[in-house]
Design a protein around this ligand. Structure first.
Ligand code: MN
Length: 207
């Protein structure tokens, strides 16, 4: 099988109380696992596509991927990519109090009016995403931009570089927050791994 479920980089309980252990177990062990299983199933008879990197597969979704499996690849390759990033850009609450490293912090200041203005814009994008989807901070031609996507669509499909994203599907928060998506979005900042986000920003600027 070409694609595999990556292990969580911490215990399922590590993000308590912001994200509860039951949500993490279901989210990683069932939802993300299903995206991987379904992606591999969709690519079963397409060895040329299964040989691509996940990023290249996403970039090719509207060109090289045949229509018969396009929706399955879009949803499940997107889901696999989005969640693989998501686990890594979080860390235990209070576990790394170093603030936001530069040059990422400087770019936030110069392009989005600083960390607090960015958070407000990002939360707004997550709140306004109707139904299921993601809020994102992306690089578009080297500039930071806040967007949202529907379902499991990845910014990579649009030629953008995802610096960070938050999952606003109900499966990400409903057990603990029920319908209060705004509360989840606000609390989530307490488990963001800024070192990893800044590393992604640096990598995106070089790519
Ligand atoms: Mn999810």
């Amino acid at each position: 099988m070409p694609f595999e479920l990556p292990p969580l980089p911490y215990a399922a309980s590590a993000l308590e109380p912001v994200i509860d252990e039951a949500t993490m177990n279901l989210h990683h062990g069932k939802h993300h696992a299903a995206y991987v299983t379904n992606l591999n199933a969709a690519l079963k008879d397409h060895a040329n596509l299964a040989a691509l990197s996940l990023d290249d597969l996403l970039r090719a979704v509207n060109t090289k991927v045949p229509e018969g499996i396009r929706a399955a690849v879009r949803n499940n390759a997107g889901g696999h990519s989005n969640h693989s990033m998501f686990w890594k850009i979080m860390r235990p609450s209070g576990g790394g109090g170093g603030g936001v490293p530069s040059p990422f912090a400087q770019a936030l200041d110069q392009q989005l009016g600083g960390l607090e203005a960015f958070k407000a814009k990002f939360n707004d994008a997550g709140l306004k995403r109707f139904g299921s989807g993601w809020a994102w901070l992306v690089l578009r031609a080297g500039k930071l931009e806040v967007i949202s996507t529907a379902n499991q669509d990845s910014p990579i499909m649009e030629g953008l570089y995802p610096v960070m994203g938050n999952d606003v599907w109900e499966h990400a928060y409903y057990l603990k927050y029920q319908n209060r998506r705004g509360d989840y979005l606000s609390a989530w900042w307490n488990v963001v791994n800024w070192e990893e986000v800044a590393r992604r920003y640096d990598a995106g600027m070089k790519s």
